[in-house]
Design a protein around this ligand. Sequence first.
Ligand SMILES: [Zn+2]
Length: 127
Amino acid sequence: MIFELDLPLEYRLEAGWLARWAEALMQGTALARSCRQCGRASFVPERICDCGCSEGSWKPVPGKATVIRRTSGLDGNFGFVRFDGADTCAVVALEGFEAGDRRGELIAPAGSLPKLIIRPIHEEVPD
Ligand SMILES: [Zn+2]
């Protein structure tokens, strides 16, 4: 049995302490949160580090990531990835990935919401 229901929801979300991170995402760039006490870089940023410290600074990172695991669902392909320069992992949408693609680069999302989306990188020039 299926019940059909029209359920409109309207949200107005403030980015709060994540405002700089969200603004960067909207431009397709990446900011990691660097812990003031231990230097651990988190992307997606963590408010409180594993060491217990809640002080940190924003650190630009390249926005390139390595796919560790991937899955496909009804609403697209997703990956568990680690961004270069980050000590943590993140879940992102994979756009245009083929079976063998393992590296991707952050892109600016379409629309008005910050989203974590990467497209594959096929050739990289070492920095
Ligand atoms: Zn720390």
